[in-house]
Ligand binder design. Sequence first.
Ligand SMILES: CC(C)(COP(=O)(O)OP(=O)(O)OC[C@H]1O[C@@H](n2cnc3c(N)ncnc32)[C@H](O)[C@@H]1OP(=O)(O)O)[C@@H](O)C(=O)NCCC(=O)NCCS
Length: 379
Amino acid sequence: MSTEAKPKAGLEDVVAASSAICFLDGDRGVLAYYGYDIHDLARGASFEEVCYLLWHGRLPNRAELGDLQSQLAAERPLPEALLRLMKQLPASDGMDMLRTLTSALGQYDPEVNDNSPQANYRKAVRLTARIASLVATYGRMKNGGGPIDPDPALGNAANFLYMLTGNRPSALSARAFDIALVLHADHELNASTFVARVAAATLTDLYSAVVGAIGALKGPLHGGANADVMRLLIEVGPEASPERIDEAIRGKLARKVKIPGFGHRVYRTEDPRATHLRRMSKELGEKAGNPRWFEMSRRIETLVTGEKKLYPNVDFYSASTYYTLGIDIDLFTPIFAVSRISGWTAHCLEQYANNRLIRPRTDYIGPTYPQTLLPLDQR
Ligand SMILES: CC(C)(COP(=O)(O)OP(=O)(O)OC[C@H]1O[C@@H](n2cnc3c(N)ncnc32)[C@H](O)[C@@H]1OP(=O)(O)O)[C@@H](O)C(=O)NCCC(=O)NCCS
């Protein structure tokens, strides 16, 4: 390609698709799904309502919501073969499990290669229900418990916590988790969604596109950051004095170590999702009688924002929120996928509906052309 076209590293600010789903204004800190502000959705909508919005472009009425809830509940049970496969996997990372078993889910779906809009919609619902079941069941089995059948009377968030712990969650825990799912549902052309759209644009099946997205989400620069935040809090130590916390973080900044949960490619101000997660982390910590993780997080935020002008992103306060809910660190990034599957599938449905292969170019920086090919014994 000609040397005039030099993209910014990491495709910063490059517009790579037209989409009606997510509006993001990084300067003003605005995030909206189909025009609905994330703050309004976090206060007034459930995850299922948000799924409907992302898939249909409008909010459901009561009957439509009821239908979607029934469809999700009906799709939650996992094929027996998947449970057997999960038991056979070597001890692994939660995201490795999710990548492998989401791929396997496709092999047990008779509609896997039906790319009609109707089948793809059904698969979006199925994947959203089953990824939650996979993650909850994995978390339970990892702690030595047996799989728990989903409860069709519970919504997505409450059912996830029930399948994970075996106990029906309190209203506060269920709503906190529901809000976390709402906040993580979509985020424009983030790395994993871009992967999903590029794959869908080849007209491959929805499972293949989602497996690619899961692989991208695992990375520590993307969804993997939420687990790294909790590891950082534990490394610094819940007993650490404010001075010790500052010293530990300053030391990392001086060594140019990135602090997980801070910074963003698009936001130049506070990530609007962090506002809610900060509040939830505080409320849950106080309610549990253990505000320590929140207090440590707050101290780190003050320092990093003050010294580096970097703001917390979605991953920073989700770490202490999940940990206070009693969730294992290994499940943090898989839980991101439990929510983001709604956005991935919405973007794939949008891509399939108006498709053209996504095939960009590189800015070639290799040796001059042509090079002379010498025989093997002369090189
Ligand atoms: C999100 C992220 C990948 C965005 O990356 P990006 O747009 O490519 O920005 P860069 O990595 O080029 O960072 C720009 C500058 O800010 C610094 N910076 C960015 N995030 C930082 C962080 N979390 N801690 C410390 N410094 C950070 C970089 O070191 C760089 O400084 P420099 O110009 O002196 O070299 C990056 O901020 C990051 O790695 N954050 C930590 C991981 C994380 O929380 N990921 C989840 C994102 S939702």
